[in-house]
Ligand binder design. Structure first.
Ligand code: HEM
Ligand code: HEM
Length: 206
């Protein structure tokens, strides 16, 4: 019997969409001196979200845990080959190919934010500023691949992965859904981000 089961808990979904907003906002505000305060505030929000995700990868629910999407190269290649033959196996959590973009995006996000904090220092070198700038471009490229991957997996497995990232639900024959959604933690995350935003942007520019 096919039923709807919970795969992505609320904190994972809140993390994902706030990450999209903060990255997008940081990008739009990156190129103007006047908007620097907004840029840095959005950057810190992304950094905070990534630190949260790092912890949630160890203590979160089943499909949010890093151990559930740690695949070896053989599994990744096998999945890609199956994709070419249009018969990829169905995974409830991240699939082996998708996991590569997930790992890359988490690591690149961290790198962009850490070099951003370094670029903020008075004695920041040109090298640091360049690394911040270039890693952002590399991340944009990986985001594009991520979107192509999400679209291809959705088509090949005939399931709407984007909708699942909003609702947390997927159709499955098994009863392997997670029991708790941790909605309260998602609410706490949104509240923390809003409070941080208003506290930070009030600071004088500089
Ligand atoms: C804690 C996080 C972040 C901090 C503290 C930060 C800080 C800064 C600072 C101080 C600069 C100016 C460097 C200079 O010209 O002296 C800068 C530039 C820039 N940031 Fe960030 N940033 C952060 C996150 C991000 C994120 C998430 C993105 C990606 C969307 C990003 C994209 C850029 C880009 C593209 C520039 C270069 C703009 C240009 O070429 O003029 N930053 N950032
Ligand atoms: C700034 C842009 C984006 C970044 C940095 C990003 C990053 C990520 C990360 C890190 C994950 C793993 C989630 C987790 O386990 O915590 C993920 C998953 C996912 N993202 Fe994004 N994402 C971005 C934009 C988008 C957009 C615009 C869409 C939809 C149109 C999207 C759709 C998805 C979906 C569907 C998944 C789940 C994939 C699966 O089912 O395995 N992402 N993304």
């Amino acid at each position: 019997m096919v039923r709807r089961i919970l795969v992505w808990d609320v904190p994972t979904r809140v993390f994902h969409w706030l990450q999209v907003l903060s990255f997008g906002g940081a990008y739009l505000t990156a190129f103007s001196e006047r908007l620097r305060n907004y840029h840095v505030a959005l950057g810190y929000i992304l950094l905070g979200l990534l630190v949260f995700r790092l912890l949630w990868g160890f203590v979160g629910t089943r499909y949010a845990r890093f151990s559930s999407f740690l695949f070896n190269p053989g599994e990744i290649i096998a999945y890609l080959l199956a994709m070419v033959k249009r018969k990829p196996a169905h995974y409830l959590g991240h699939n082996p190919a998708g996991s590569v973009s997930v790992w890359l995006l988490l690591a690149l996000g961290m790198f962009v934010c850490v070099t951003g904090v370094m670029a903020l220092q008075d004695d920041a070198s040109d090298l640091v500023v360049d690394m911040h700038d270039i890693s952002t471009d590399i991340m944009l490229g990986v985001i594009a691949l991520h979107l192509v991957g999400v679209l291809m997996s959705s088509i090949l497995n005939r399931e709407n992965l984007v909708r699942s990232m909003f609702t947390g639900l997927k159709s499955a024959e098994s009863d392997e859904g997670v029991r708790h959604s941790y909605s309260w933690l998602g609410v706490l995350m949104v509240a923390a981000v809003i409070i941080f935003w208003f506290a930070y942007v009030k600071r004088p520019l500089g």
